[in-house]
Write a protein that binds this ligand. Structure first.
Ligand code: OAD
Length: 238
């Protein structure tokens, strides 16, 4: 199906970066939201209430992501993009590893950790070398990471292009997401309702749409299952 598809969407979450050593939000003993204080950071009010610790926590995550390397799961997704005429990667991840693995047609639904943004004047800038002082160089306002917080809207154009692609695709591959966060979580349903075949790659199928006629569960890690999917779809010439 992957080989014959003319339009493919890959939809990724934190699980695809787990094998690069990055903690997920809700799975495993080191899940980020396990810490009760940290779990309050991703709202405008929670972030402001805990500055400078919230700022330093995001700076640390930006550094951890920059230090991590893409794994075979990221590489396989970039390979699918090269093989399929109409492709979109819709990621909830902010770690930038998909880009570093070679993915180009990417929608980052929840923003990214590459830059900071000012709460007041909205100016974007690089992370300061010494991330001690979270103040905007332009207006003195409070800096934050360039990610989407809970209680904030996703940029309308990114959500719209993700929905359009989900409606259009023949094959929709969901990888490493708990599928809990709205509005991203509606995308597999959008694709399935529009007639796509849905493949779900995850180590744990809790909360995923049940297997069925056009829904296939591939239980395993992204770094194992995705390269095997690619190798089966496009075998190397012998
Ligand atoms: P979660 O932490 O909620 O879910 C991670 C998923 O990855 C779980 O379903 C795991 O079973 C699965 N998983 C773990 N290791 C895996 C592996 N090696 N291979 C395949 N699957 C694996 O992360 P997300 O679904 O990405 O939003 O979370 C969605 C959003 O919630 C995030 O973007 C973030 C968070 O709050 C914001 O910050 C706005």
């Amino acid at each position: 199906m992957l080989r014959d598809a003319s339009s493919v969407v890959v939809f990724s979450g934190a699980g695809v970066s787990a094998e690069s050593g990055l903690a997920t939000f809700r799975s495993g003993g080191n899940a980020l939201w396990n810490d009760p204080e940290v779990s309050t950071y991703p709202t405008p009010r929670g972030y402001r209430a805990h500055v400078p610790r919230s700022w330093q926590w995001y700076a640390m995550r930006a550094q951890t992501a920059a230090d991590a390397a893409p794994n075979p799961g990221h590489v396989a997704i970039a390979e699918i993009e090269r093989r399929v005429p109409d492709f979109l990667l819709v990621t909830q991840n902010v770690d930038g590893l998909h880009h570093r693995a070679g993915s180009r047609r990417v929608v980052e639904l929840h923003g990214n950790l590459r830059e900071t943004r000012c709460f007041d004047c909205d100016a974007k800038s690089a992370w300061p070398a010494q991330p001690a002082d979270p103040l905007c160089a332009r207006c003195g306002g409070l800096l934050r990471p360039d990610v989407v917080f809970f209680e904030e809207n996703l940029p309308a154009d990114t959500l719209e292009s993700a929905r359009d692609a989900a409606e259009r695709c023949d094959v929709f591959v969901s990888v490493g997401t708990s599928n809990l966060v709205w509005p991203a979580r509606e995308l597999p349903d959008v694709a399935q309702s529009a007639g796509a075949h849905v493949f779900i790659v995850n180590v744990d199928m809790t909360g995923q749409m049940p297997p069925g006629d056009r829904v296939v569960h591939l239980t395993g890690t992204a770094g194992d299952v995705l390269p095997r999917m690619v190798a089966r779809a496009w075998p190397a010439p012998t």
